[in-house]
Design a protein around this ligand. Structure first.
Ligand code: UD1
Length: 421
């Protein structure tokens, strides 16, 4: 097991390049299964979750080659449509394999997915969408078996704009007979990236990022010689929050400011200065105390991202005044609160509402990461704290941040990865 040891109190300075988006790369890797051929995808981050996806694709028969951040996939020789249970249980995103396998091979078997422990994460919308396209789905013990001799385009109204369900339905519908409309889909930038990739494969998808996505089914798809994944907006936002917490001035390269509008708005509100010039962003905080914000409500894009809720809570923990956060996307996404309280934060949680009473300082402690973003938040808290913080179970953090400690060291943070026997 590995841990991070952090000595707090150092301001951050310097320039870093933001990694490609994990949440865009995962469905795009799965979507490559839709078309027979050799596809090359660039800016794929080197992360545990991507490793799991690569292992699954390999077990299905895909020849995957990886060089640095470029992955090439030869999808001509698929041997199986059964997603291995032990890999599926490691990552919820393996659910994305349902849509493409069903569309190309007319059958797929998955087990109930695993992933971050952040409340109940159902898959009813995925199932409902695939059924509407004509799939027959049965649950046998822990397995979900889907079959469809043919998929037929239809109109699917999502009760909630689920990111994963929107992506699964988009992928399945690319090879259906006729037109599919997804009403009330998720509008995240990763959905737009998937649409762009699918269209490179020869699919006819439009409307991603709006209230309706239209997919006109096609008979054949082809290989994609080169596709570049968008920058990771949550990783960028985490570094923006980091400099807000420690003070200093950093420059981020490879960012799309439009994807970060809500985060930028709230960082401005707490007193952080941000300037952008195309895909470069500079974030600065002087010695003045951060200001509390009345209320942050997490919601689907373009709302405030739930994936930044924990990191923002650290900022607000040391701000001047009382702030509140309402988490509306997931049921149980406050697992970092207990750990932050142990570091001296004053936070009360009542259901989905958290009230944060700003304190002057946090103190270094031994804490445990419970999920990916909670883990990132604890690293930020460690950088704000007086003394030494040890964050355990950092495999959660490695699921989403490429060599986080090396990037933070490059910016001047005192953080080390240690192995515990
Ligand atoms: C994706 C992101 C994750 C982010 C989340 C919300 C990936 C790989 N992960 O996860 O980082 O936190 O979006 O922005 O892109 N729900 C249902 N039924 C379903 C599906 C979802 O009730 O069939 C509920 C979930 O329980 C949850 C909410 O909808 O409360 C949001 O889930 P969803 O948008 O599907 O998130 P993911 O795609 O899992």
């Amino acid at each position: 097991m590995e841990s991070f040891v952090i000595e707090g109190g150092r301001a951050l300075y310097g320039t870093i390049k933001i990694q490609g988006s994990k949440n865009a790369a995962l469905p795009i890797l799965a979507a490559s299964l839709l078309a027979e051929g050799i596809h090359q995808i660039d800016d794929v981050p080197r992360l545990l979750d991507i490793d799991v996806m690569v292992q699954i694709l390999t077990r299905l028969g895909v020849d995957v080659k990886r060089e640095q951040n470029t992955i090439s996939l030869d999808t001509r020789t698929i041997l199986s449509t059964v997603v291995p249970e032990e890999l599926m249980s490691q990552m919820r995103s393996s659910i994305f394999l349902m849509g493409p396998l069903l569309a190309r091979f007319h059958e797929v078997t998955v087990s109930k997915p695993g992933g971050c422990a952040i409340g109940e994460r159902k898959i009813d919308l995925h199932i409902k969408g695939l059924k509407a396209l004509g799939a027959k789905i049965e649950e046998v013990e822990n397995h979900i078996i889907c079959r469809a001799d043919r998929l037929t385009g239809t109109t699917i109204v999502l009760d909630y704009p689920s990111v994963g369900a929107t992506e699964n339905i988009m992928m399945a519908a690319t090879r259906a007979d006729g037109e599919t409309k997804i009403i009330h889909p998720a509008k995240e930038p990763e959905i737009v990236d998937l649409q762009n990739f699918l269209n490179m494969l020869g699919a006819k998808v439009s409307g991603a990022g709006t209230d309706m996505i239209t997919i006109e089914g096609v008979k054949r798809l082809h290989s994609v010689p080169y596709y570049q994944i968008i920058p990771d907006r949550i990783v960028a936002a985490t570094f923006m929050a980091a400099v807000g917490i420690t003070g200093g001035k950093i420059t981020l390269k490879n960012v799309i400011p439009a994807h970060l509008s809500k985060v930028i708005e709230y960082l401005h509100n707490v007193g952080i200065e941000i300037e952008n010039d195309h895909d470069i962003m500079t974030i600065k905080r002087d010695n003045r105390r951060l200001k509390a914000v009345k209320k942050i409500i997490t919601s689907p894009y373009p709302g405030f991202p739930t994936d930044m809720q924990a990191q923002f809570m650290v900022l607000l923990s040391i701000a001047d005044g009382i702030s509140t956060i309402e988490e509306t996307v997931f049921d149980s996404r406050y697992k970092h609160v207990k750990q932050l309280i142990s570091m001296g934060a004053k936070i009360e949680v009542d259901g989905r509402l958290a009230t944060i009473y700003g304190v002057d300082h946090l103190f270094g402690r031994e804490v445990v990461a419970s999920d990916l973003r909670a883990g990132a938040a604890l690293v930020l808290a460690g950088m704000a704290a007086e003394g030494k913080t040890t964050v355990h179970d950092i495999y959660h953090i490695d699921r989403g941040y490429e060599k986080l400690e090396e990037t933070l060291q490059a910016l001047g943070a005192n953080i080390m990865r240690i192995k515990k026997m």
